[in-house]
Write a protein that binds this ligand. Structure first.
Ligand SMILES: [Zn+2]
Length: 210
């Protein structure tokens, strides 16, 4: 529970990071708390690009990091578009920070987490040495095909939903071409088998987790 100071007992999420320790320094009393300062890995992409399938295939197989599907924490209380779902993103960063303290970095799979502006301004962002982003993308046609193949109860065959996901998919491609301050690595899954995609994601995790 890194946010409660071990010396003065006050709760502060906004500790001062000294990377040379690394220490998380209490702003109240100055107590330097040693902690593990590791990267956080995000694997994102629109619905239908293969995130969940890849996550499912890697969990249990890849054991050098903790892999989590970010949907598992979602509930109505987080559904707050007015502040851009800030509580949801802060919660994931806090959970990931605490998991990371056991020695393995965290890899989060999720759509909204892949938009850097959703995470980079969060208070809890400071506890990670970097956030590395990978986005799975594919062509519009293939995305549409994949969403239409899903069972009806998931609601992904709806034309409006498909168009939204195509726009989001395109957003990742445009972003990666235009932004090198907070780069997103793109992995085009259009012509890849799920086995190939999974291997490439595994490779990316291995290279980026240190
Ligand atoms: Zn303190």
């Amino acid at each position: 529970m890194l946010n409660v100071c071990f010396k003065c007992g006050i709760y502060r999420a906004d500790k001062i990071i000294d990377p040379t320790g690394p220490y998380a320094i209490c702003p109240e009393c100055g107590h330097p708390h040693p902690f593990l300062y590791q990267p956080l890995l995000i694997i994102s992409g629109a619905s239908g690009t293969g995130k969940s399938t890849v996550c499912n295939r890697l969990v249990g197989h890849y054991q050098d990091a903790v892999l989590l599907d970010s949907d598992i924490l979602w509930r109505d209380a987080f559904n707050n578009p007015k502040d851009n779902y800030r509580d949801y993103f802060e919660t994931w960063l806090r959970v990931s920070k605490n998991i990371t303290q056991s020695g393995r970095p965290v890899v989060l799979f999720g759509a909204g987490l892949g938009v850097p502006e959703n995470l980079e301004g969060c208070i809890e962002r400071r506890y990670f040495s970097s956030i590395r982003y990978l986005a799975l993308v594919c062509s519009d046609d293939i995305l549409c095909e994949r969403l239409e193949q899903r069972p009806a109860w998931r609601g992904t065959r709806d034309q409006k939903f498909i168009e939204e996901q195509q726009r989001f998919n395109q957003w990742f491609i445009n972003y990666s071409n235009s932004n090198d301050q907070q780069p997103i690595k793109i992995l085009d899954t259009s012509r890849k088998s799920i086995i190939e995609t999974t291997e490439e994601v595994e490779d990316w995790i291995r290279k980026n987790q240190r």
